[in-house]
Ligand binder design. Structure first.
Ligand SMILES: Cc1ncc(COP(=O)(O)O)c(C=O)c1O
Length: 365
């Protein structure tokens, strides 16, 4: 089966993970610090690792210190962890729509749902396509950037994740930097990242290994109850290798995207994703097309029979039980995408023959 998402890993990742295990310490240690420093060097600001992108969202929302019970506006068409993070931090999610072409939010859809209790906005750089951040920032609210898909997405020379008050990346097993699991919080405000660094191990401040030998080194302070989000050295060691291979993997993603752009154009029933906006660069995390003839589900099933797995990300959250009713007004583009959208295989582990098969199957449909 040709996978819709995937990662390219090999001997270097195996060796890095093995070295970390052989060193006798697999938990939070020197590899975490090295991976953080490498990410911070490229971001130009502090980066704190945690155990997943979902945890990073939760930690970011907590570290922003918004008023209890306030509202946070975010797209309905996003991963559930985004809305979960808002709730877990003690706030209320309010969903906005996205643009049907880009699947991204813009300032106009956010503005439509702002209310007197709105205290922050969360944007998602869908598929790694940079959201038009200047317009969103001009709304005057703190912006949380979900850059889970966008670890190599650029607006000019500025990296997505570093454009708002706080940003997050995901390093799960199919992201552009793939590890077993991992995530990071980044911010230009030291108070935000320092708080995440303090809280990430259950909120235990001053864990034993951080203390000197005088006094009762086993005593800790609990600043506030917080989940365990501890990053580990094995994942960080793999992440460092993947970071080094990022240019090679990104080039492969871009080549596949360009082939789809070229070879799927002109099919009257298929809308392709738009080109990158001038001055921006997507990380090409996924390739979302729209099937315009009402036969999206039939196409997905036919492709699966041929060994080509596709999917749709993300089912709008306002259509799920837990978050039903959290919108303020209709969200027509999100609902249309839920009927028409289909993610095609796009990742660096695809061979040319895999891409040939996807293109041929779509052209023959
Ligand atoms: C948009 C978005 N945000 C957050 C996450 C959460 O990341 P993780 O899987 O590392 O928890 C994902 C994961 O797929 C995602 O796609």
């Amino acid at each position: 089966m040709i996978g819709v998402f995937g990662a390219r890993t090999g001997a270097e990742e195996v060796e890095a993970a093995g070295a970390s295990i052989a060193a006798g310490w697999m938990g939070l240690g020197p590899q975490v610090a090295r991976f953080e420093a490498a990410l911070a060097g490229r971001a130009g600001q502090d980066v704190v690792l945690v155990d997943s992108g979902s945890s990073a969202l939760h930690a970011a929302l907590v570290a922003l210190d918004l008023p209890p019970g306030c509202e946070v506006v975010l797209p309905s068409m996003t991963y559930v962890a985004c809305a979960n993070a808002v709730v877990l931090a003690g706030h209320r999610p309010v969903f906005c729509d996205v643009d049907v072409e880009t699947a991204n939010v813009d300032a106009s859809v956010i503005e439509r749902v702002l209310g007197p209790r709105t205290a922050a906005v969360m944007v998602v750089h869908y598929a790694g396509r940079p959201v038009a951040m200047d317009d969103v920032l001009a709304l005057g609210l703190p912006v949380v950037e979900d850059a889970a898909h966008a670890v190599d997405s650029w607006a000019g020379d500025r990296l997505c994740g570093t454009l708002g008050a706080v940003g997050i990346w995901s390093f799960d097993a199919v992201k552009n930097i793939a590890t077993p699991d991992g995530g990071a919080v980044t911010s230009a405000h030291p108070a935000v990242t320092e708080q995440v660094r303090r809280l990430r191990c259950c909120g235990l401040v001053g864990a034993a290994h951080e203390q000197d030998d005088d006094g009762r080194w086993w005593e800790v302070e609990v600043e506030r109850p917080f989940p365990r989000m501890t990053p580990n050295d094995v994942s960080a060691a793999i992440g460092l290798v993947q970071l080094g291979r990022l240019p090679e993997h990104q080039a492969r993603r871009r080549a596949i995207r360009e082939r789809y752009d070229r070879e799927l154009t002109g099919l009257p029933w298929l809308a392709l994703p738009p080109a990158d906006a001038p001055g921006t660069r997507s990380s090409d995390f996924t390739y979302l097309v729209r099937v315009l003839d009402g036969r999206r589900d039939a196409l997905a099933r036919a492709l699966r029979v041929q060994g080509i797995y596709t999917t749709f990300r993300y089912q709008p959250l306002h259509l799920t039980g837990a978050f039903a009713g959290a919108q303020r007004g209709p969200l027509p583009a999100s609902e249309r995408l839920a009927e028409e959208g289909l993610n095609l295989p796009l990742h660096p582990a695809l061979s040319d023959a895999d891409v040939d098969r996807v293109v041929a199957a779509l052209r023959a449909w």
